[in-house]
Design a protein around this ligand. Sequence first.
Ligand code: FEO
Ligand code: CA
Ligand code: CA
Length: 665
Amino acid sequence: MIDDDDFCDRPLASPTLGDIISRRISRRAMLKGGLAASAALAAVSPTALMAVEKAASQPFTFKGVARGVDENHVVAEGYDAQILIRWGDAVLPGAPAFDPSNQLAEAQALQFGYNNDYVGYIPLPAGSKSSDHGLLCVNHEYVSAEVMHPTQPEDASDAAKAAWMKKRAAIEIQAHGGSVIEIRKQGGTWTVVENSKYARRVTSDTPMTIAGPAAGHEWMKTKADPTGTKVLGTINNCAGGITPWGTYLMAEENYNKYFGGILPDEDPRLQAFFRYSMPAGGTWMALDDRFDVGKEPNESFRFGWIVEVDPFDPASTPIKRTALGRMAHEGAESIVNKDGRIVVYMGDDSRFEYLYKYVSEGRYDPKKPDPGLLDKGTLYVAQFADDGTMKWLPLIHGTGGLDASNGFDSQARVLIETRRAADILGATPMDRPEDVEANPVTGKVYAMLTNNSQRGQSSMAPPDGPNPRAGNSSGQIVEIGPDGGDHAAATARWDILVLCGDPERDGIGAAWNKATGPDGWFSSPDNCAVDPAGNLWIATDQGDNWVFNSGKAAPDAPKGEVPAGVSSDGFWAIETEGPGRGLAKMLYRCPIGAEMCGPRFTPDGQTLFLAIQHPGDDSCDRWPLFKGPSTFENPATRWPDFKEGMPPRPSVVVVTKKGGGRIGA
Ligand code: FEO
Ligand code: CA
Ligand code: CA
């Protein structure tokens, strides 16, 4: 999503010359001294260093895609990439043909939404491992207004501008949320099943209920809902999860960007607003007062949660599960612990925010699913030590200072103000935690820390073990090994898998397996997926930084040439075990301006679903080979249709191996 980190404010870090990673780390540690030194050494453990010193094996047999930038997408040789569904395609019966120049909220409500992000796959029939028939659950995180809507005349009257903002908000509310579609593979090709009984659009005005400890709290009540248990819609659904019982979890991320207005200085909720960067301004208050905090201050407390949807019943009411905390939720991937409890790993994607896990009280029984598994349990936040150990600290009212002395009147308030509660416990501020996913084959957990240009700057938190680089423009992947293989345990060990970015660029301090070449170096890991064989795959979101992710300053490159080293976002395989640990290669590269989202494999590992988000958007106006800005009328790409008059369309892509077989092998 909107990656508001900025490469340009990255300070020059210490030089890290040298071609041996261990020497680089040691030298960097010497130059930085103190905490940074121990952190840098802790960051690449002896086992990791041993791994990178050995020659790498090559379990991924495909030839990696080269770095680059193109109007079209690129997939590895021997693979096919087909468009499954695009923004505006029909989801529900009666959806009109897509007409981007004449968008209507009523049409969008029946059509596939904008900016697809999370993709979940649920085999059909339910409970099977079918890899040729299933439900696809897809989030629609936000919209890219400049390439989504026709440009409005600047000299329009104020009345016309106001009318347009209302119409636009109504369309966008329907373009957000999620889609459930039924898909089937026949003759090697996946298609959407028309008129499916499962088809559904969830939007930002779908009625939902609020469950768990925060339901009914005073701060959850509004004029429209004096019970504090009902809310309209879900916003900014980034990643998510599929539960073991086959429901679809949608994570509400940057909801603050949809609220405007002013809360009076003396309001007791001001501190809670401030801790969540509320309000960040938005355009929907032109249509609906509930997005104006001056008129409905409590509405925003009803966002920032994990939403559970039953994809098998399109008439079911989605439920906001407040026990899983309130934050800029990136995702919610779960695993059944060895004792049967459900553990959900979650990241709070903002600079210096935290990593969380939720552990259910009850145990999962496939024969008798317990509807309370996501309502009764404990939320924990991560505290890392530089020696490679870590603790999970419980957020429980009445313990650790989470009591009336700090303004917490109840567990409800602890959850509504999850971030402040985690501050008090002493959680470790991280470099923007994105996806966190357990590998069921190895038992290890992988956390994507996408970047944090402010790490180590002025009054900001200094580098530490899991966040070892000041001015971190490129991100890192942290590996967590739960103690005793118990995901519910209060302690774990951690290590760094890779320090991302271009190791040839001065000051970056990137660390990869030595066998990883330039085409394997990626920046800003965001989403991840584990394939059925237990291999880790990474989707990147460099945001506006992609233009600069090069050894050369891209804008100075000769016109007409793609500057060396620059690449659009993509999808990489990365080895995690043995001598190949830290070796990466690219399978798929996005079209210009797009972010890579939604990676999901079918149970047989032979189909990969990718969500291509905001093609033609990020920083295209700064790209030397394009005369920006990128607009509806003059976009940087018209992917995937490439038809005059058709803007770029966020789409889900299906990747398969020519002739069949497991992806990557
Ligand atoms: Fe929506 Fe954190 O990416
Ligand atoms: Ca992102
Ligand atoms: Ca994301």
